[in-house]
Structure formats: C-alpha cells, structure tokens
Design a protein. Structure first.
Length: 294
C-alpha cells in the first residue's frame, strides 16, 4: 500500500490535531531543518518526526521506504563535494592543496589531488537528513489530514492575503487539488510503465538516447491522462454548482484543544533552542564537531 501523499483513515493522536497547527508545524520544521548549522540539531528534529510517523501509519516500513531518494541524492552529492568542496585549515592530517587542507582521510590522485574528508562527509550527511526530514514531515501532514481540512488550513493561514483583496479560497483549492493528484499520477505512471513494458519497451536498459525515447512513451500518455482527469474533475465540480467566487460558510468550525496547545508550546521551545544554538559559544565539543556548514 502506498502511504506517501495519501490520507490514511486511522484514529491516531496525530490525526486528531488541528489541521492548521499541523500545516504550521510542517512549514516551521522545513525552515528549521535548513537553518540549523549542526548535524545533532537536525537529528533532534528527525527523531520526534520518526516517532510521529509510526504513530500516524502504525508501521515502521514506511520509514525505510522514504530513505531511497535522499540516499540516492547523497551519493551523488558526496562525489560532487569530493571534487569541489574547499576544506577549512583546522585539524590538518594530510596535505590536500597548498590552501585547501583539512580533515583528510584518504588521498586520490586523478588529474590533481583529492581527498575523502570529515567536512565533506558531515555536509553530505546533513543534506541527506534534511531532505529525509522534509519528506517525512510532509508525508505525516498529508497522511494525517483530510483533504477538506487541508483546504481549510491553507485558507486560514493565507488570510493576510485577504487584505490585498486576493481570494485565498481559490489558492487553497488549487494547492489541495494538486496534492490530491500526486498519488493518483504516481499510480497512473506505474500502470503505464507496466503496460508499455508488456509491449516490449525497456525503461531500465540501453543507452541514454534509447532511454529518452522509452520515457516519451511514459510522459505523453501521462500528460494526456492528467488533462483528462483534470477535465473530469472540473466538470464534476461544475455540475455540483461549485462557484469559487461565491461567499462560503462552514458547517464545522476548527477548534483548538489542549493537545494542540501543548504541541505548539513544545515547537516554540524547540524553535527558540535551535535559534539560540546557532551562536552559542558554550556548546560541548562533541556537539560543535558536527558543524555542517563548512
């Protein structure tokens, strides 16, 4: 079962939280992950999210599946850092360049001198964890939030735009529909790939130009299917009398409860700690050695 970008009907603690709070937490965590300078700080954000994901989905398997893309990007990025990253002049073990020396572990001679180093590893790991955390927090939000509540949350958080006479309901509807289409298009892409593979088209083997030609047989039907589904959705909304410019009312009001306030206070405390830790001089050495913004 694909649990990525699809709402799951489970009566969990995360599901019962206010949708506006979950959206605000999602945005805040993504910002904090890319603001934090230390690898341990990023891990402090990751551990609660992993627990929340298990509570939300009742499964550990999804945590492993979400690692695929970050690890793939991390391998590519590490070799990019290997050839391009300038290393600080602190804690020299071996010479790398006359000006670029640092925590060098191993020397490679290939059109010059390159090295595996501690800063390269920490920076790569930090980015992998950041990407994974971003995917994880977004998955938790989408899995635990009903589409109608997602639209309401986006609309409420965009209320300052109403001062500029912008219809926030239309923006919220567009975003929520786009999120709803993600799992549908993923399933449609898998179906098309299986259909084309049964006709003898190979998507995995061959030269680059052959793979490009093979993927045209996937992209073109996927575009056609997407437009057809979008047209069907538009017709269905129109036949039900949907008017995006009409004044709308709500039958159910979103109300905060005690758990929402507790989670909010905890997130505020974590945000303050991460903001202050960026410039703390009294952090222990084992903490500061994980500095990732070399």
């Amino acid at each position: 079962m694909n649990t990525i970008s699809r709402y799951m009907v489970i009566n969990s603690f995360i599901h019962r939280l206010d949708s506006r709070l979950k959206l605000a937490l999602n945005i805040t965590i993504i910002v904090l992950v890319f603001v934090s300078n230390y690898f341990i700080t990023t891990a402090l954000l990751l551990v609660p999210l992993m627990i929340a994901y298990v509570i939300t989905t009742k499964s550990w398997l999804g945590l492993l599946k979400l690692w695929k893309m970050p690890l793939f990007i991390g391998v590519i990025l590490y070799f990019v850092n290997l050839y391009t990253m300038k290393i600080s002049n602190n804690g020299v073990l071996l010479d790398l360049y006359a000006k670029n020396t640092g925590y060098v572990w191993y020397i490679i001679d290939k059109k010059g001198t390159y090295a595996f180093s501690y800063p390269q590893l920490i920076r790569t790991l930090a980015l992998v964890v950041r990407i994974y955390t971003m995917i994880l927090t977004t998955s938790i939000f989408v899995i635990s939030t009903k589409p109608i509540l997602l639209t309401k949350a986006i609309e409420d958080l965009l209320w300052p735009l109403k001062l500029l006479f912008i219809n926030t309901h239309i923006l919220a509807t567009i975003i929520s529909i786009a999120l709803r289409f993600i799992p549908t298009l993923l399933e449609e892409a898998q179906r098309i790939m299986k259909t084309q593979a049964s006709r003898g088209i190979d998507f995995k083997n061959g030269k680059i130009n052959e793979k490009a030609k093979s993927f045209t047989t996937l992209v073109i039907p996927l575009f056609v299917t997407s437009f057809n589904k979008a047209e069907d959705l538009a017709n269905a909304m129109e036949t039900r009398g949907y008017d995006p410019y009409a004044k709308r009312t709500r039958y159910r009001k979103l109300i905060w409860h005690l758990p929402d306030y507790i989670i909010l206070l905890g997130m505020i405390g974590l945000t303050v700690y991460i903001a202050l830790s960026q410039n703390m001089d009294f952090l222990p050495e084992w903490y500061t050695i994980t500095y990732s913004n070399f």
